[in-house]
Ligand binder design. Structure first.
Ligand SMILES: Nc1nc2c(ncn2[C@@H]2O[C@H](COP(=O)(O)OP(=O)(O)OP(=O)(O)O)[C@@H](O)[C@H]2O)c(=O)[nH]1
Length: 383
């Protein structure tokens, strides 16, 4: 009961946790400038939650119009803000229609279920589930490749939050005995408040984890990529190659493509170094659409690049390389109004049973590239 001292303490604890969390997220946004837009959203979500709970605690002492309804609306607003925050964190496009649509659909679905109360609180609880579930699913794409195993740690708390809220909504809907209490103070029983504390803490820790993960992935990306072109740098490419060679022993073959821009020195000498840099960037852009998610493009140095194609044969590598060659040759490049034709030569190789290490495969692809250069350039060759 609201009158019980423990209930008051629990309510106060939830409000305090929300307010402190909000201040921390605001500091993240303003002082540390970490994911500012997302952090502002989560700060606002916490404030809305604090205000919602604070208003709910005034139930019975003021008219419903001043407490229950604003409280419900602030609760819904906090979930919308939370969902939007996760969207910003995962750099997904802000999809208000999706957010509001999920609110509406679940609310209506709940209203249609037999015996389910059409109360704002049931809507709030189910909307919370829809939004928390949607937020948890949206956060998954952030975790890719090596980080895949951490995905569960991230989205499970959000999903749990949603499930707890959904249970609350269903309980209210399917057990009409509790409905009399929906708009009354009995709603605030201590077990519900303890769950609310856990939920608020889970929400904030999982979102903090999401931000941390985003930072780590960004640092990792900076550490592994070539500043000019965005391809993998030599160290990261070689590491991926060593892993692929290791996997080849488990019957997972791979192929390599080496590519080198033709007459690049001439381009540099005629149009300048900045034009050369732009041409390198354009080459990476031009060939990237040929690659799958699992393929790795790396810059070995200068104008020389290599592509690692897991689970690919020599014939497959020849197809990919020829497509890259065609796409690059078709791309128009101009610098300060002067057009300049771009092309590249390609060497390909696949791993063979006798290859002691990845360098042996790389050396064969390099020999193919040398052959392509000596045979007139703008072609694909293997040895
Ligand atoms: N703009 C620019 N030029 C670079 C970069 N790294 C290397 N180079 C230049 O790339 C050129 C490489 O020239 P070469 O190795 O002679 O090759 P090429 O002129 O492309 O001749 P082929 O490969 O035989 O067709 C040199 O002029 C380097 O200065 C870079 O990051 N940016």
């Amino acid at each position: 009961m609201i009158g019980a001292p423990e209930t008051h303490s629990l309510l106060l604890a939830i409000v305090m946790i929300c307010v402190v969390s909000s201040v921390i997220w605001l500091c993240m946004a303003t002082v540390a400038r970490i994911a500012p837009q997302a952090s502002y959203c989560v700060a606002a979500a916490n404030l809305a939650q604090a205000a919602s709970i604070a208003l709910l605690s005034l139930s019975g002492r003021a008219p419903d119009a001043w407490t229950q309804w604003p409280s419900d609306m602030l609760g819904v607003a906090s979930f919308v803000l939370l969902h939007h925050g996760v969207q910003r964190m995962t750099r997904g496009p802000a999809s208000w229609p999706l957010t509001l649509g999920s609110l509406l659909i679940v609310g209506l679905a709940l209203a249609w279920l037999p015996g389910v109360a059409q109360t704002a609180l049931a809507l709030l609880a189910s909307a919370g589930f829809a939004l928390a579930a949607a937020a948890s699913l949206r956060s998954r794409p952030l975790i890719r490749n090596d980080a895949e195993r951490y995905a569960f740690v991230l989205w499970a708390p959000l999903l749990l939050t949603g499930l707890l809220l959904a249970l609350r909504g269903l309980e209210l809907g399917f057990f009409p005995g509790t409905l009399a209490a929906v708009r009354g103070l009995q709603l605030l029983d201590d077990s519900f408040l303890w769950i609310a504390i856990v939920v608020v803490l889970l929400q904030n820790t999982s979102l903090a984890f999401l931000v941390l993960l985003r930072l780590v992935l960004r640092i990792q990306q900076l550490h592994e990529s070539d500043v000019l072109t965005g391809a993998l740098n030599r160290r990261a490419f070689e590491a991926a190659l060593v892993r692929a060679h290791h996997d080849a022993r488990r019957n997972e073959p791979y192929a390599l493509v080496m590519l080198d821009m033709d007459h690049f020195k001439r381009l540099n000498d005629n149009l300048g170094h900045a034009a050369g840099d732009a041409a390198l960037r354009l080459m990476v852009q031009a060939v990237s659409p040929c690659l799958r998610e699992v393929d790795r493009l790396g810059r070995l140095g200068g104008e020389e690049f290599a592509v690692l194609l897991p689970r690919t044969s020599l014939a497959g590598a020849a197809l990919v390389a020829d497509r890259m060659r065609t796409l690059l040759a078709e791309r128009a490049f101009a610098w300060k109004g002067q057009a300049w034709p771009l092309s590249a030569s390609f060497g390909i190789a696949e791993v063979e049973p006798g290859d002691a290490n990845a360098e042996a495969v790389l050396a064969r692809a390099d020999a193919g590239l040398y052959l392509a250069k000596s045979q007139g350039r703008n072609i694909v060759q293997s040895v």
